[in-house]
Structure formats: C-alpha cells, structure tokens
Ligand binder design. Sequence first.
Ligand SMILES: [Zn+2]
Length: 292
Amino acid sequence: MFTSTKQELLNPAQISQTLGINPNNIKRLTGEGYLEVKKQVSFKNGVMQLFNSTQVQALIPAIPRIKQAWERYDNYHQGGNKMAQARANRHQSYQDKVNRKEQFLNSLNELPQELHEILKVAYYLYYLNHYAKAGSSYLYDLKETVLRTLVKNYYQRTDWLKISFIEGTNKILLCPKCRAKANNQRLSYLEYLDKTGGCFKCTKEYKYYSLYEFTICWQDYRFCFHTPYSTAKRWFNKQALPPCKECPEREGAYAFGRAIYASEAKAVELIEVIDVLQNFLALFNIEPLIDT
Ligand SMILES: [Zn+2]
C-alpha cells in the first residue's frame, strides 16, 4: 500500500485498481473533466501522469453512473446491437480469462523454482508490453529494466533464454536540398526517399530499425520480446554479442501450444503486473520504478 508521504498522488495503475477501470479510461475521465493531472513524471520512454488521491477517492461513487454514460455514448456512436454483442462476449469470456490465468500460473508449480519464477515474469512482461503498446509508453522503462536484468544474470548461462540481433534498415532524414526537391515534385518525404534513397548529404542513423529479440522458451511455453538496438546494445559484452538472425518473430506469448490473447488483459490488472515484475527486480536489489 501507499506510504504516508505518497498518499496524495496516485499513478494510473493505482487509479485503475481503485476505480475498477482500464488505464485507457483515465484519459477519458481527464478529458471529461472528472480528473485533473497534478504532476507528470518523465520516464525515458514517456510520461506518467499523477492525480490527486482525494479527487480519485471522491469519484468512486460516481463511477457506475459514468460507465453507464460511456455505454450510452458508445452505443449511440457505434451502433447499439454491435456494442451489446461485444459486451456480452466480454462478460462471457471474463471468467474464462481468469480461469486461464489460474491454469497458467498453477501449471508453473510443477517446474523447478528458477523456471517457475522466470516463466511467471515472462507472462507478466507480456501483459506489461500490451499495456505499454496501448498508450502507456512509460511502461517500456520497466520492460527494459526486466530484460536488462535477464541479460545480466542469465544470458549464456541457461538454455531457456535466447537472444538474437536482427539488423534493420538505417533511418534517413532528408537534407534541405532533397526536401525542396521532394516538394517541387509534389512527393512526400517518404515517397521521395523510396524513389531516390536520398543523397550523400542526407543524415543516416545507422541501424535505426535494428532490434534485439529475446525468446524465453521452455517446453510448451514460449515468449518473445523485442527491444530497439539503440536501447540494448550496451547490455552485451563485445565478446558475447547475440548472433544475427534474418527475420524477426512476432512478439507474443504461447502456453500449452496456443497464443495467449491480448484481450486477456482484463484479468491481469496493471498494478499486479507492475508488482510481480518489481518483486522480481527486488531479488537483484533494483528499486521499484513505479509505486504500487
Ligand atoms: Zn539529400
């Protein structure tokens, strides 16, 4: 729980838990004037907004009414039947998702302690990635910290962690002359680049689109994560650089031979995700990045 000094401000994970909403709906509450951003915390990969705890608490009784209003608005704008159908599906599958999560976590109990811990971390990291992609990019800081910790402590010491380097193209920024030429030819900069490849004066950011691919794999379990080359290149010794691979795999999670659905996120709350990952990091004396 919160310590007394931090009681005044809540982050999106804490608000989602308090109000029983998805982190994306916090933007909606802000947009509609129910919540006010009190502070912004800058992470490497984005900004985390903080809100006044008293304001959040005061909203609790109003949430059912607000959710109904959202429902009416969405029905009106997106077609009632479709929305009712989607709601029914969501409701039906919620228990299903909770069951699957339990099934997954229980299945880990039979494994050796280290693998149990690592596959659990991979499972929650998959959901963290999902939340980050859905608009909370500051969460990539936590993803990077977890992957860096795995590299530091397990890379080349275990069978279950494999890392590859996937070379991407360079990013090219057109020089002023080329930009003018593109304008003259009524081409977008991208179209001009495709057509000409730019000139020697255009700026090139070497390997800009390259990445490292992390797979955590054990029997029927398989997780795949990506991190930009520029982020992870310093994590490796020059003598132990990951091997090159031609083509990236999709980021994702597989258990019992099937892909884990991104929509399962409703059964895996953001605050739980952050908690599990930060507890793992604490084993390596890494301080929490986000309050829970
Ligand atoms: Zn140029």
